[in-house]
Ligand binder design. Structure first.
Ligand code: PLP
Length: 410
């Protein structure tokens, strides 16, 4: 068998979809990044940017990136951080992060995905046991796949199943030689629900484990100071390793890990994806530093985002749509039906100038799908009203598929 023959047998589910729905993938939105952009020449209200705080196109961050680009080029420093890939601005941003997150130390990473997998790998070895939420982000799952010690998944957000798995794990775990690590997302990107961090923190009193939280969707958005899920739920002390990307609320590239100083010092020399891959480019660092400044100066952005989210979600619920138990700007509008029905509904919305994308199996259960709508600081009253009007019309056309009684497993 050669490679092509092998791949013919391995057509992925996504590939199967992509052969049919050519206008639903690899799309390009044109125009200034914001709540209205053009798709195929027509203006749409955009509901699929994770630009929670409206920072993706802030003129001051653009200026900051342009300034260092003009001086050093677009991808400076030209090496890995550990060798000559450092700069005073990288260190300044780390200082800002550690005061914001209120942890002893923080380390920048070049891309969330590769870094977070690699951090899980760096922190564990074959003597350790990982217990992880089955819906954790793919980068964490990949980190778990790299792990050659024992690993247990627990049912999504089920504290009782987590406890069962901790009991199972404890039977074979040798605390003299290794650790137990629990891995969760702080806020789940499809359902918009928080992890039950309070209850998980309680379990820490009984079971000795390290808690690793990927808070990419809550960082900057939740908590009185934007420190994310644990601050919002009042259990910051329980988190041992905190990671987040800058690609959501901070509208940029890269990310960071924060923890006790000794942990970060170790990670600086041990995360393979960071010591064998280029540093975060200076324009990204300069832009994020500027974003941090605006973030600190304009805390009202978070409040306004949450007000707009409430207005939008209340409107959808009033229309009788089922949006699950979201607790955040991530709004999954559930469709009770196969992907073909979902595509029809999505196209109807597009006809009305409302733009998002469809999430289907294997991310959600078979014969269901959801349209993931993300509110941002930039959405206007008019955007929200027009969108609700569009959903009303589509619901009237597809009353069964969009019935609020749909109980769809995410
Ligand atoms: C929960 C979570 N973790 C990690 C990542 C990866 O971040 P990045 O885009 O910086 O690679 C994402 C991005 O989609 C995410 O949603």
């Amino acid at each position: 068998m050669n490679l092509l023959q092998k791949l013919q047998r391995r057509v992925t589910v996504l590939q199967e979809y992509s052969n049919f729905y050519r206008d639903l993938h690899h799309m390009e939105l044109k125009g200034k990044v914001g709540s209205r952009m053009k798709f195929k020449g027509k203006e749409h209200i955009i509901w699929c940017l994770n630009d929670y705080l409206g920072f993706m196109n802030h003129p001051d961050s653009i200026k900051a990136a342009a300034k260092v680009t003009a001086k050093y080029g677009p991808s400076y420093p030209h090496s890995v951080r550990l060798s000559i890939g450092n700069s005073a601005l990288h260190e300044e941003l780390e200082d800002d992060l550690k005061s914001m997150i209120n942890m002893e130390d923080a380390m920048l990473v070049n891309l969330g995905y590769q870094a977070f997998s690699s951090i899980v790998d760096a922190l564990t070895d074959r003597h350790d046991t990982i217990i992880y939420d089955q819906n954790s982000h793919a980068c964490l799952i990949d980190g778990v796949r790299l792990h050659n010690g024992r690993k247990f998944a627990f049912k999504h957000n089920s504290v009782s199943h987590l406890e069962k798995q901790l009991q199972r794990a404890s039977k074979t775990h040798d605390p003299n030689h290794g650790i137990m690590m629990v891995i969760v997302d702080g806020l789940y990107s499809m359902s918009g629900e928080f992890a039950p961090l309070r209850e998980i923190a309680k379990l820490k009193e009984q079971y000795n484990f390290t808690l690793f939280v990927d808070d990419s969707h809550a960082f900057g958005v939740f908590g009185d100071n934007g420190r994310g899920t644990a601050e919002h739920l009042g259990v910051e002390k329980a988190v041992d390793v905190y990671v987040s990307t800058f690609t959501k609320a901070f509208g940029n590239l890269g990310g960071f890990v924060a923890a006790k100083e000794e942990i970060i010092t170790y990670l600086r020399y041990a995360v393979r994806s960071q010591i064998f891959s280029r540093t975060l480019p200076l324009p990204m660092v300069a832009a994020t530093l500027k974003t941090m400044e605006i973030f600190n100066r304009e805390p009202q952005r978070r409040k306004i985002l949450l007000q707009k989210t409430k207005q939008f979600q209340d409107g959808l619920r009033r229309l009788g749509l089922y949006i699950g138990n979201t607790q955040s700007p991530i709004t999954p509008v559930h469709i009770n039906g196969p992907i073909k029905t979902g595509v029809k509904i999505l196209r109807e919305l597009r006809n009305q100038g409302i733009f998002s994308y469809l999430v289907a199996y294997p991310v959600v259960a078979k014969d269901t799908c959801l349209i993931r709508m993300v509110s941002t600081y930039n959405h206007t009253e008019q955007d929200i009203e027009e969108t609700l009007k569009g959903f009303k019309a589509v619901k009237e056309k597809y009353p069964v598929a969009m019935a609020s009684l749909s109980r769809v497993r995410v």
